[in-house]
Write a protein that binds this ligand. Structure first.
Ligand code: HEC
Length: 173
């Protein structure tokens, strides 16, 4: 009987350990799925977000944007040519980043005008009621979930700026 109890205790301890290890594995997996590590905590080329934003807040926002659009970190910053497993975070080479900046301005304005007075003091300041996910719903191009709205829906003009296509060609997509 005693032995049975001991065995039971041992096997549940092992079970618990496995669950915990499993959770860690999942966590590492999530991070490696995002794929890229933010190398430091001083920012070289922030144009819309505040210069003094903390690393935590910046990563939180970026993860939020990526999840909202259903993309990985390499959707906006360009990769480093010599080592495509790394991102050139400050680079403005891709048009997605430029559009992203405008999107941040737009959501900030909508929050400031229509939401903030009813939901004061959000922390950090950029976490707001109205967010990218309200339109994007997990896709970079909201047209995808708007059935039969194609005719009403404008996508950005690739003739105006073909950096996106050039980048895709380079990446062999
Ligand atoms: C009011 C709706 C709306 C909100 C809110 C919004 N977006 Fe967008 N976003 C769009 C639309 C529409 C497009 C155009 C997609 C296309 O080109 O077909 C777009 C395009 C983009 C693109 C370019 C995608 C491409 O075609 O490669 C990026 C990047 C982007 N949004 C980022 C963001 C981020 C980051 C936020 C939050 C800060 C955000 N968006 C919030 C509607 C929105």
């Amino acid at each position: 009987m005693k032995l049975k109890k001991k065995l039971l205790a041992l096997s549940s301890a092992i079970g618990l350990l496995l669950v915990i290890l499993g959770l860690f594995a999942f966590k590492t997996d999530l991070n490696s799925d995002r794929g890229y590590v933010v190398p430091n905590d001083s920012w070289e080329n922030l144009k819309v977000l505040p210069q003094d934003i903390s690393k935590d807040s910046l990563e939180f926002l970026m993860n939020n944007y990526a999840t909202s659009l259903g993309v990985k970190c390499n959707y906006c910053p360009a990769v480093i040519k010599k080592d495509p497993t790394k991102l050139d975070f400050p680079s403005d080479a891709k048009i997605e980043k430029e559009i992203g900046r405008e999107m941040i301005k737009m959501t900030n304005e909508i929050n400031a005008i229509y939401f903030q007075r009813h939901f004061p003091d959000p922390k950090p300041e950029q976490v707001n009621v109205f967010n990218c996910v309200f339109c994007h719903r997990g896709t970079a191009n909201p047209e995808k979930y708007l059935s039969q709205m194609g005719a009403m829906y404008k996508t950005y003009d690739p003739d105006r700026d073909n950096r996106k296509e050039k980048f895709q060609e380079e990446m062999g997509k």
